[in-house]
Design a protein around this ligand. Structure first.
Ligand code: PLP
Length: 419
């Protein structure tokens, strides 16, 4: 059976070139980069090279890169580090309703320590309005953390505008760019951000390694203490092989980024158009144009997302509902809900994220298989009204006008209609 991996937002495979570059640092070049002998020095040299490569990908200086244990750690480092540095002076953080949980939960957890957190809303496309951020700033605000692109719906945020607002107000600006780096151009100087998070495994590098860009001159507290590694910003013997892998992945991404983004965007359009043509009651979530090239988040009305995923999996297609972290729970995605998408529609949403290995044949296979699965599930669905056009609120001109004959009588058997 054909196997199609459309979950590149959850993780990507390690590229062969990356793997090959890593192997020596797990075998003969195993030295500790902090050791002064030749074993240590050869590891240190390669670490420095990786730092240059990662810095180059985002337009930073090598000394502005701190390697971490992944994207979540980079987010935690930025937020907790900034909070600890501001402790006793300022206590207000601004973030958005659609952040990855590594940002949202971390910021909210600081409330128990007396910090205040403002969560700015998003529009129907999942986009933050910079004016909302500006309006939320108080004299106590020390940090704004808004993601560069959303991991569930792919919407790109107006980070440059928000960073300009932050700078004007003298507030630190952090952005979680885990989904963007290596996929769309990201330049920290152009964006004007103070801190930016990355993860190797989202750009064909290994899992468990990431980086936080910290602009020169910015002082935040370390998250992990106990050693002088990473210029005392992240203690602990470096994950040399992982970091080397991240460096090579960054270098490869840099040379191929534009071409690959265009290729994936064309395949994404082919996928979305194919599904829209063959399946009624389908809606693309996220911003129509300001979005990642590889993300298609689609709501299939009257269908339960988890059932759809299981059926897709049986057909060899790997997709996801929302983020990998929330799937498995029955709560619909906080991102879709923040966009004002009704619960029942959010429940029928599936995220398909393309990658370097995705082919036209893969996309056409999905377009050939998905309509049948959706049709089968809809036929079994108690809320699918085969005859009418209105079965779910947002199909009615008047959103409150959707009702079902017999509703409230205990037997909901009649068709839906709009009032
Ligand atoms: C994957 C992801 C993270 C977490 O990165 P890990 O390396 O898995 O810890 C954080 N933010 C976003 C937007 C992500 O997509």
């Amino acid at each position: 059976m054909r196997r199609v991996y459309l979950d590149h937002a959850a993780t990507t495979p390690v590229r062969p070139e990356v793997f090959e570059a890593m192997v020596p640092y797990l075998t003969e070049r195993f030295g500790n980069p902090s050791s002064i002998h030749s074993f240590g020095r050869e590891a240190r040299m390669e670490l420095d090279k990786a730092r240059e490569r990662v810095a180059a990908l985002i337009g930073a200086e090598p000394q502005e890169i701190v390697f971490t244990g992944g994207g979540s750690e980079a987010d935690n480092h930025a937020i907790r580090g900034a909070a600890l540095a501001a402790f006793g002076k300022k206590n207000h953080i601004i973030t958005s309703a659609v952040e990855h949980h590594a940002v949202l939960d971390t910021a909210l957890s600081l409330r128990s320590l007396g910090f205040e957190v403002t969560v700015v809303p998003v529009d129907q496309y999942g986009m933050v309005n910079p004016d909302d951020v500006r309006a939320a700033i108080t004299p106590n605000t020390f940090l704004i953390t808004i993601m560069h692109s959303n991991n569930e719906v792919g919407t790109l945020q107006p980070i440059k505008e928000i960073a300009a607002i932050a700078r004007e107000a003298g507030v630190l600006m952090h952005t979680d760019a885990v989904q963007s780096v290596g996929h769309v151009p990201v330049d920290v100087r152009d964006l004007g951000v103070d801190m930016l998070s990355m993860a190797a495994h989202k750009l064909y590098g290994p899992k468990g390694v990431g980086a936080l860009y910290i602009r020169k001159g910015i002082r935040i507290a370390p998250l992990i203490t106990g050693g002088a590694q990473e210029r005392k910003r992240r203690a602990g013997t470096e994950n040399t092989a992982g970091i080397v892998g991240m460096g090579v992945a960054a270098e490869l991404a840099m040379t191929e980024l534009h071409q690959e983004a265009a290729r994936e965007a064309a395949l994404r359009d082919r996928l979305v158009n194919g599904l829209m043509t063959h399946i009624p009651h389908v809606k693309l979530n996220g911003h129509p144009t300001m979005r990642l090239p590889n993300n298609a988040n689609v709501s299939f009305l009257y269908v339960e997302g988890e059932a759809l995923l299981l059926n897709l999996d049986m057909a060899g297609i790997a997709a996801s509902s929302g983020s990998a972290c929330t799937s498995g729970s029955l709560e619909p995605s906080h991102v879709l809900l923040a966009m004002g998408i009704p619960h029942e529609v959010a429940h029928g949403s599936v995220r398909m994220t393309l990658g370097r290995g995705t082919t036209v044949e893969d996309v056409d296979y999905v377009v050939s298989v998905l309509p049948g699965i959706v049709q089968k599930l809809r036929m079994m669905s108690p809320i699918y009204d085969r005859a009418g056009e209105c079965a779910i609120k947002d199909l009615c001109a008047n959103p409150e006008g959707c009702h079902r004959a017999g509703a409230g009588s205990g037997v909901q058997s009649g068709p839906y209609s709009c009032k």
